[in-house]
Ligand binder design. Structure first.
Ligand SMILES: *Cc1c(COP(=O)(O)O)cnc(C)c1O
Length: 461
């Protein structure tokens, strides 16, 4: 105890003693002890205090091994950052930076410029002015992008800037809730715009939008059905029809894309998930999307589109309240640079998306054979089965990637107990439990984590 006092100080030790004693009192009151086990507990008090102290002084936010195969797992922090992004965050954060300072002129600058130039390379150069710009507005040809805290903030800012006091037309089939309280009707009311619902849950036609347009209409909104599908007797207007309608009535058309890939998903066999470029090329004026979903960067909300409309958002005072800090800009800039250089494998999310079943299978075989050679007579049974990884994070709800899973069962432990043991590891290993087995998908495990996995599985054997 004396050592602890000297090392950690009186108040930290006293606080830990209080916590341990309170716990002990509660356990005694609830009748958990007989005489012998109480003696044992009292004898272990000083160790318990030390444990408590260590826990209270260590991080609560920890890195975990994601063996679920869900690439964008919101509960596990969505996209892991690229190494280059971490380097750039470190270099920018531990010193002063030119965040809002023009080094050339010595005058105040704008924080957007650091990433707007890259978005513009990735988007403007590829959209082509014909599809995008009304002939009368050639000057607005360039696509601007601004960054806010997350996509929910992006939708809020866009609606408030473009439609405050007026109406926004949305299909009833798109009034979605995205996990954890992001609901389109609620965001709409916070933005001071009025929701004008059209169509029905399963069918909305272009004529429904057309009939709803009045002098109060400020915006047509389309929301990507990120986390569900409507199948069966359904109808949704083609994008071209919406674009044509918006242009003929001189109204902006916005799309909340959610995941917002800057990478052609068709190259990994996912055909039904539109990317940011698809939407802009189709003629949508404003697209909102997340930084930490398929883009593979930090948490952020991106608003890309017609420069005049984005300009209205930039000068809205809400933008100041929703802006992001230098760490986010640094991580985003480095991530976007990987795209500009076409170095897609530098972005972990893209690397995981592109992993073939064969590559995963080879690693799985290596892990299993190492566990088996460490523990030849094992209580842990390891098998291979075919399975599917999912993208998650509200992208392509029905798209799956074929994978090879390690299925675990244990002689003495149920699947839930086994998965609890894996979670109790340091670092915790999070896996899926299905049909009485624990399933490990290496798609979302970093190759350098395979040795930890081998060690942990061997210890369970
Ligand atoms: C994920 C998602 C959001 C919320 O994005 P955050 O970055 O988590 O705020 C909003 N709309 C759609 C369609 C989404 O998929």
């Amino acid at each position: 105890m004396q050592v602890l006092l000297e090392r950690e100080g009186h108040s930290a030790v006293a606080e830990s003693i209080r916590v341990v004693l309170a716990r002990l009192r509660q356990e005694i009151a609830s009748g958990e002890f007989d005489e012998k086990s109480l003696d044992l507990a009292l004898g272990g008090l000083s160790a318990a205090v030390e444990r408590q102290l260590r826990q209270s002084l260590s991080h609560s936010l920890l890195s975990v091994i994601n063996a679920t195969g869900v690439i964008l797992h919101t509960n596990l922090g969505r996209a892991p950052l690229a190494a280059a992004a971490l380097d750039h965050v470190r270099a920018t954060a531990n010193a002063y930076s030119n965040l809002e300072f023009d080094v050339g002129t010595g005058e105040r600058g704008k924080r957007d410029v650091h990433v707007d130039r890259l978005f513009s390379k990735l988007l403007s150069d590829h959209v082509g002015t014909d599809a995008f710009v009304r002939p009368a507005e050639r000057s607005a040809a360039a696509i601007s992008t601004i960054v806010v805290n997350n996509n929910a903030a992006a939708v809020l800012l866009a609606l408030n800037s473009l439609a405050e006091g007026g109406e926004v037309i949305v299909s009833r089939g798109e009034l979605v809730e995205i996990g954890g309280s992001f609901r389109i009707p609620d965001v709409m009311s916070k933005s001071n715009a009025t929701l004008r619902e059209v169509g029905t849950t399963n069918r909305t036609r272009i004529a429904d939008y057309e009939r709803a347009i009045s002098e109060r209409t400020r915006l047509l909104l389309r929301v990507h059905r990120s986390n569900f599908e409507i199948t069966g007797f359904t109808e949704q207007p083609e994008l071209d029809e919406l674009v044509a309608l918006a242009r003929s009535r001189n109204l902006p058309l916005m799309e909340d894309l959610g995941s917002g890939a800057l990478f052609d998903l068709r190259s990994v066999g996912i055909n039904d998930e539109p990317g940011v470029l698809d939407s802009l090329r189709a003629g949508i004026d404003i697209v909102t999307y997340s930084g930490d979903k398929l883009l593979g960067g930090p948490q952020a909300g991106l608003i890309s589109g017609r420069a005049d409309l984005v300009g209205r958002m930039r000068s809205n005072s809400l933008f100041r309240a929703l802006r992001v800090d230098k760490l986010t800009y640094a991580a985003l800039e480095a991530t976007l640079l990987a795209y500009v250089r076409r170095d897609h494998d530098a972005v972990p999310v893209l690397r995981m998306l592109r992993l073939s079943k064969y590559e995963i299978e080879c690693r799985a075989e290596k892990v299993v054979s190492e566990v088996k050679s460490a523990q030849p007579k094992s209580a842990l049974k390891l098998e291979f089965i075919d399975g599917e990884s999912v993208i998650g994070g509200g992208a392509a709800p029905s798209a799956v990637l074929p994978t090879r899973l390690i299925a675990l069962t244990h002689i003495d432990l149920s699947a839930d107990e086994l998965s609890a043991r894996l979670r109790a590891n340091i670092p915790p290993i999070v896996a899926r439990v299905e049909e009485g087995r624990v399933l490990v998908d290496l798609r979302t495990v970093f190759p350098e984590q395979d040795t930890v996995l081998v060690k942990t599985l061997s210890s369970l054997a």
